[in-house]
Design a protein around this ligand. Structure first.
Ligand code: DOR
Length: 430
């Protein structure tokens, strides 16, 4: 039997309303006991004095790029980045090549993830075949193979009829449709948020109304169908208000926000002198939008945090702002970026921050984990919340380094990541 004893941790588990100094005994990949001064002569011991033990962090929105774009990221490099960032599980989006729109691709992703054997990987299937927005993909066979949700992320489901059918069909499998909300006619050829900064810089811009219009449509369709729509990377105050009203009316509407939309604004495009690592979709909004997102988090309106980890090769990002691809990596910076901002600066209770990264995503997509109750999988994130360190992109495990956070000094880093009772990553202690 495989036994691990984590000693002297501060265990913070929102699912049990627990915040206590405890030991955790893990037997055969499952949490066996939580208690004070546990002993087990057969177990290996991990001294977690000074660390917080939380249910494993889950990122429900990552692009792992395999199959098709292995020069940006592979499943193996993506999960290596995930565990180094403190994540025990990631859900990966379908905009690969070929698109994950059938069981064969879902199966390939799962088998590559099993071979990498680090974090759990849960594939998200495409809503439409080839992400073409015309015909529904094979939901049934993908769910049977392990898909946990459906999304055309990278693109909205523009056709409202198809979105209606997707929301109806997904109910058969009890999974949400995750929508990347933008009205492409309003986006036109925009590359950053439309506002004072874009006017000054002379870049083509995307109005917040592009997102608001699609979120409004999705909420209307959630009501029509009774289906569950999850708004990916919500970035506008208008969308936040609509989610607030939809939830108050009891509709099945949920949302996530990203670290970068919380921590940065469109001013970063100007301040960085057009650094294409600030180019992301939806775009970094003006500070009033970021503030509305922070309020959404503090008010409990936001269901979870998610990285939208979107690796791109340095050569692609080296192009002019207009043509460089949208996206930034996030797995290895998400924890300190959000801890520093939300817990340290804005005084979000630690328990709620952990809930947004573990308990809530697990509940939302009905994934194993999100709790340290005895009998549950021993997926645990150990946090060194007092650690302050500078983000060094060159040290990332990800194959890509396209982050706007390079050089930032942040506090609140992962110390070790435990998946199924196995320590799959640990920061070297100096
Ligand atoms: O910036 C983004 N990049 N936003 C998305 O929705 C897609 C992603 C990608 O796949 O690169």
């Amino acid at each position: 039997m495989n036994r691990l004893l984590i000693k002297h941790a501060r265990v913070v588990d929102p699912s049990q309303r627990l915040d206590e100094g405890l030991d955790i005994l893990i037997v055969d990949g499952k949490v066996a006991r939580l208690g004070e001064r546990l002993e087990d002569k057969d177990a290996s011991v991990l001294d977690a004095a000074g660390l917080v033990a939380a249910p494993g962090f889950i990122d429900i929105h990552a692009h792992l790029r395999e199959p098709g774009f292995e020069y940006k990221e592979t499943i193996a490099s993506g999960v290596a980045a995930a565990v180094a960032g403190g994540f025990t599980a990631v859900c990966c989006m379908a905009n690969t090549q070929p698109v994950n729109d059938c069981a064969a691709v879902t199966e390939l992703i799962r088998s590559r993830a099993a071979a990498a054997d680090l974090a759990h990987v849960y594939p998200i299937g495409a809503v439409s075949k080839g992400l073409a927005g015309e015909e529904l993909a094979e939901f049934g066979e993908m769910v049977q193979t392990g898909a946990v949700a459906f999304s055309d992320d990278g693109k909205p489901v523009h056709n409202s009829y198809l979105m209606r059918r997707a929301l109806e069909y997904a109910q058969l499998f009890d999974v949400p449709v995750i929508d990347h909300c933008e009205d492409l006619d309003l986006v036109a050829k925009g590359v950053m948020h439309e506002g004072a900064v874009s006017t000054r810089l002379g870049l083509r811009a995307i109005p917040s109304a592009a997102e608001d219009a699609m979120v409004a449509r999705d909420i209307v369709l959630a009501e029509l169908t009774g289906g569950h729509v999850h708004i990916a990377h919500l970035s506008t105050k208008g969308a936040m208000e609509m989610v607030r009203t939809a939830k108050a009316r009891g509709l099945l509407v949920s949302c996530e926000v990203t670290p970068h939309h919380l921590a940065l604004s469109d001013q970063a495009v100007a301040d960085s002198d057009f650094d294409t690592n600030t180019k992301v979709n939806p775009p970094l909004r003006s500070a009033d939008h970021a503030e509305a997102l922070i309020h959404g988090v503090m008010d409990g309106l936001v269901d979870c945090l998610a990285t939208d980890h979107a690796p791109h090769h340095a050569d692609e990002k080296a192009q002019e702002y207009d043509v460089a691809p949208f996206g930034m990596v996030g797995l290895e910076t998400a924890l300190p970026v959000t801890y520093d901002l939300l817990v340290l600066k804005r005084k979000l209770p630690l328990r709620l921050w952990i809930q947004l990264w573990s308990t809530n995503p697990a509940r939302l997509l009905k994934l194993p984990g999100g709790t340290l109750k005895p009998g549950s999988p021993a997926d645990i994130t150990l946090l060194h919340l007092d650690r302050t360190a500078v983000v060094i992109p060159e040290k990332f495990r990800s194959l890509s380094r396209n982050t706007p956070f390079g050089g930032r000094r942040l506090r609140g880093w992962p110390a070790a990541t435990i998946v199924g009772g196995r320590v799959v990553w640990q920061r070297e202690r100096r």
